[in-house]
Design a protein around this ligand. Sequence first.
Ligand SMILES: Nc1ncnc2c1ncn2[C@@H]1O[C@H](COP(=O)(O)OP(=O)(O)OP(=O)(O)O)[C@@H](O)[C@H]1O
Ligand SMILES: [Mg+2]
Length: 406
Amino acid sequence: MTTSPSRILIVDDTPLNLKMVSAALRPDGYEIDTAPNGNTALERAMLFQPDLIILDVMMPDINGYEVCRRLRRMPAFAHRPIMMLTANDTLEERVRGLEVGADDYMCKPFQPVELQARVRALLRRATPTPMQPLAAQGRMIALFSLRGGIGVSTLATNLAVGLAQIWGEPVALVDLALISGQSALMLNLPLRTTWGDLANLSIADIDGDLLDQVLMTHSSGVHVLAAAARAEQSELISGEKVRYILDLLRQHYAYVVLDLPHDFSETTLAGLDAADEVLLLLAPEIASVRAASIALDVFAELDYPATKVTLLLNTTVAQGGLARSDMEAALRRPITQALPYAAEPYLSAMNRGVPPVLELATKPLGTILERWSFQLSSEEHRAKRPADPTPAWLRLSHATQPRKVR
Ligand SMILES: Nc1ncnc2c1ncn2[C@@H]1O[C@H](COP(=O)(O)OP(=O)(O)OP(=O)(O)O)[C@@H](O)[C@H]1O
Ligand SMILES: [Mg+2]
């Protein structure tokens, strides 16, 4: 089968920049068109129908952000990849880019190989691959705590990315904190499509292909169903709709990770019921132990099997926290896993939108989170060597190999 080359529209008011970007991309065989200002860019986009648009930020007529915002309002360009070329990589520029719906950023001056790689990645991600149902249902893992602010979203995001990296299969990350969830932010994904897009649809209109369009793809292989951008949209999501969507997702994804809010609302309960495993998060402080105790009582009333809920300790304080054994005694249950205190790495990861599990070589926390993700993988997966092991799998198997005794 032959496919026509992808079309790229490059927009910049400096002729030299237009030449340099075109020259960097031409070897890859793209069909290229250029525009010297924002207004021409909007016209050329309609006529040329590019598969990807590269936008300079500073232009004399309308700036790159405004061009991006206007393109996003046109149905034909609502989902097409847009890359911003910024003169300086400040947090402010990144946030602005996110707000207007750009997919990626490059700083000027750029390295041609980096530009080529990013363009290829953006085009690859944009090519729809029809979802095939899996032979077996995927594993659904929920992270939950009645006490807020102790790392549910942080750990759900890292788990989803860890699983995707280890198994090389798409993983769904579902933000069920419908009003104010942060999963997409933690992965630096713009809120292009969210639960809000599912709010007004009836269940009969929702199928695997539609979900495929609503979940946003992160470069790690995680597909995010993000919290709605507007609170009133979330109120239209029923428990029944959540049940139906989670069921569809587990037919298409090897893993579905749920980032749950701190309540027992109808939609939260739908997530808890559907999960194969609930990780009840615990911080070493009394309010968290009390919240966990209440949650465990509710789970008992709901008749969840004893093996469904496990206690996960997240050490959110540097010192002076409760002893693990005291918490286990109070809750009359073992703490199955414990993760370390790491305020700075988590904070810096959140601000940059790069979860620590992706930064293995530079941060010890990444290695811990990767091993933790492996422990939570399905028994089928853990039992044998994959046919085509990922770098993450090879790393893990190397690290756990028994050392030879001299
Ligand atoms: N092990 C840890 N050590 C230090 N800080 C942590 C740790 N885990 C999480 N944090 C920090 O705690 C804060 C809250 O984390 P997060 O948003 O993931 O929690 P949450 O339970 O989802 O909260 P929310 O109530 O906002 O939904 C973040 O600033 C995060 O970086
Ligand atoms: Mg949260």
